[in-house]
Design a protein around this ligand. Structure first.
Ligand code: 3HC
Length: 659
């Protein structure tokens, strides 16, 4: 076998008369300029050698090709473009087969689509996640995929941006075969195709689809788009593939790709993409090795505890749940099994996996079992005495090297840690409910937390498939502090003249799934009321305080479950309630406030500024390490629209929010 280097990232070796071209551009084999140049040189080389019967394209490492190089976006274009490389592959005189060794995403999937055959390894996955970056595929994906797998399946894949594993790709017709030795199978396919008329994807007809099925697929995708442009455009382009020729379809796709690539929506989503990759990176942990965690103890099997238990079980951990009585333990076990059953019913979990998870679960009333745990997470009532007493008790049960995590939302974990004999092993793991679904985990680096304990907590959260964001100790951590500032400002605005439903409408038009007052009503108003009453004695008398929520509670309006809150729900839907309007007006009169009108844009600008100011405080205090972490917390924990980039990003780019 002889090896030739075509560029810094592309090499070729001859194997049985086939040029095997390997893309090696770590970390994800993105199609950077030198990859594109190398591929063209490799094709030139193979074309010139009569002894070469065809070409196999594959990737080095775990990825086939992770897509276009996102870091090149916004920089001057470098020839050849990806569409030009892809056109060359599709029109090539000798067979070109993709040996898809791992993820083939975006431009990587488009390269595979242009080949004359595709063999996937069992570890391969294929998809076009461009809409998640606020763009559409820009190198033929919207035009070639429907030609290969039909319009309905193409709308689903491209419109949602989801990835198909090898077996699904095979059943969709996206690949021609799945093989353990994908290279060998690809070489055989080249020989089979040599001398035969080549199946060029772009030349295929789009098979006729049921209009109702097309519309249903489009509706499904767009119902989740929350006002984003890219999914709508992606669906339009895929549908158009059936009606306009390849040339026009490709031109429309490229123009749309370039337009969206320069849009604010794409800039925001790219910011989120890179923010997610930096989250949880902590300089001081560079050389720190996390402890091994295999068995997780969870104290308390309420809503939060069972959610954490399910997440841990489905990620392969052994779980020991602790309850106060045998009866409560049995109920906890049933709740955990119930969630797993539901996942099986909805098709998210195989029945065999559920059964296997249950073999790793024990729920008991004997806390002594926790001696086997490597990590113990408390998910008990959020009360300082309850938690400190529990941790003191655990001190004498668990091993020396066991990590203790508190799931408190509002208490000071430093105080909880200080009550234990080994505060260095205490860390905060603030999950969001339901913990088996929500991706966000605030990992609280307490005053005494040892570096390897923090590293272990991060590794644990990552193995759960969560998005961990590191945070210092402060009341409410990152999320609840920003949320409090947001809530405060929304209430100030109500006093100043904006109706609650106007604020909610502005937020929903901006992309929040629900406005803040509707969220209040959904969550119930009484817990926050009780907290406000507790804090009343220590509240700064000079600080502005809006009493409207207290008045609502005094009137028995506790939100949705009581049928009335900020809105009226007696008809089943949320409706503006004149009683609330009168209450708000009375509050303004009592404070001599002359109400003014707010536009939606002003509402958003004021709320963004409040969140960004609080965020700046968190950064200055060293509670958050980077402003993009704050964005991720608000996107993943509080419904902030990802396509606006998070409050810090959005405030910096929103005209009216600038100071
Ligand atoms: N371009 C540039 N850098 C990329 C990249 C890309 N397409 N994809 C990933 N990276 C970088 C990440 O920023 C990260 O960098 P860091 O180490 O400096 O933080 C590094 O590669 C590793 O990334 P992950 O941590 O995500 O690695 P994983 O192994 O967990 O996942 C992956 C690998 C599944 C390929 C994942 O990185 C991924 O989903 N990447 C994005 C895929 C994508 O969106 N492709 C479409 C691009 S747009 C396109 O192709 C347009 C075309 O139609 C013209």
């Amino acid at each position: 076998m002889s090896a030739t280097r075509f560029s810094e990232s592309v090499t070729g070796s001859l194997s049985d008369g086939v040029l095997v071209v390997t893309i090696d551009n770590p970390p994800v084999n993105a199609v950077s300029a030198h990859v594109r140049q190398g591929l063209v040189k490799a094709l030139d080389h193979a074309a010139a050698l009569s002894m070469v019967v065809g070409v196999v394209i594959t990737g080095a490492g775990r990825t086939f090709v992770g897509g276009a190089d996102i870091k090149e976006f916004g920089k001057p274009p470098v020839e050849p473009t990806l569409p030009a490389v892809i056109e060359r592959i599709e029109g090539y005189g000798k067979p070109v087969v993709a040996a898809v060794n791992g993820a083939a995403l975006g431009g990587g999937c488009e390269i595979a689509l242009a080949c004359h055959g595709r063999i996937a390894s069992d570890k391969a996955s294929l998809g076009m996640p461009e809409v998640k970056l606020g763009i559409v595929p820009g190198a033929g994906g919207t035009q070639r995929l429907p030609r290969l797998i039909g319009t309905v399946a193409a709308i689903d894949l491209i419109g949602s941006g989801r990835t198909a594993k090898a077996t699904e790709a095979l059943s969709l017709g996206l690949v021609d075969g799945v093989a353990k030795d994908h290279l060998d199978a690809a070489l055989s396919l080249v020989h089979d195709l040599a001398g035969e008329p080549l199946r060029r994807t772009g030349m295929l007809e789009v098979s006729t689809a049921e209009p109702a099925a097309v519309e249903a697929a489009a509706k499904k995708v767009l119902s989740k788009a929350r006002g984003q442009v890219a999914p709508t455009e992606a669906v339009r382009l895929v549908k158009a593939a059936a009606d306009i020729g390849l040339k026009h379809g490709l031109a429309d796709e490229r123009a749309t790709f370039l337009r969206l690539r320069d849009s604010a929506e794409s800039a925001a989503l790219r910011h989120v993409f890179f923010a997610e990759r930096s989250a949880g990176k902590v300089d001081k942990l560079d050389k720190v090795t996390p402890r091994k965690i295999e068995t997780v103890g969870i104290v308390g099997t309420g809503l939060m505890g069972v959610g954490i238990a399910v997440a841990a079980l489905t990620s392969g951990y052994r779980v020991i749940g602790i309850e106060q009585t045998a009866e409560a333990a049995e109920k906890g076990r049933e709740r955990i099994a119930g969630i797993l059953d539901k996942s099986v019913l909805s098709g998210r979990l195989a029945a065999t996996v559920r059964d296997e998870c249950l073999t790793r679960l024990e729920v008991t009333a004997s806390a002594g079992e926790l001696a086997a745990a490597d990590l113990v997470i408390e998910a008990v009532f959020d009360d300082l005495t309850v938690k400190t007493e529990l941790f003191q008790r655990l001190d004498s049960i668990i091993r020396q090297d066991t990590i203790l995590a508190t799931n408190t939302s509002y208490l000071n974990p430093d105080e909880i840690a200080a009550a234990t004999t080994h505060p260095e092993r205490v860390v905060g793991l603030h999950f969001f409910s339901p913990a088996n679904i929500m991706r966000l985990v605030e990992v609280v680096d307490c005053k005494a937390t040892a570096p390897d304990v923090l590293a272990s907590a991060l590794a644990f959260a990552r193995r759960l498939g969560k998005l961990p964001v590191v945070c210092g100790v402060t009341e409410g951590f990152i999320g609840n502090r920003i949320f409090s500032a947001y809530r405060r400002e929304a209430e100030f605005m109500v006093e100043d003249g904006a109706a609650p439903h106007e604020i909610d409408a502005a937020l929903e038009a901006y992309g929040f799934p629900m406005g803040i007052f509707a969220v209040y009503d959904m969550a119930g108003l009484e817990i926050a009321w009780a907290r406000r009453k507790r804090q009343a004695a220590t509240r700064d008398p000079q600080a502005r305080y809006v009493e409207i929520a207290d008045r609502l509670c005094e009137a028995g309006r506790f939100g949705r479950k009581s049928g009335r809150g900020w809105y009226d729900y007696s008809s089943g839907d949320r409706a503006v309630d004149p009683e609330v309007t009168a209450l708000v007006e009375a509050a303004r009169v009592a404070k001599n406030i002359t109400p003014r009108n707010y536009t939606s844009d002003e509402i958003i600008a004021r709320l963004l500024k409040a969140m960004a100011d609080e965020g700046a405080g968190l950064l200055a205090e060293g509670i958050a390490a980077r402003s993009s972490d704050i964005d991720l917390v608000m996107i993943n924990g509080y419904g902030f629209p990802a396509h606006k980039g998070g409050p810090m990003f959005a405030a910096a780019t929103h005209e009216d929010a600038r100071p």
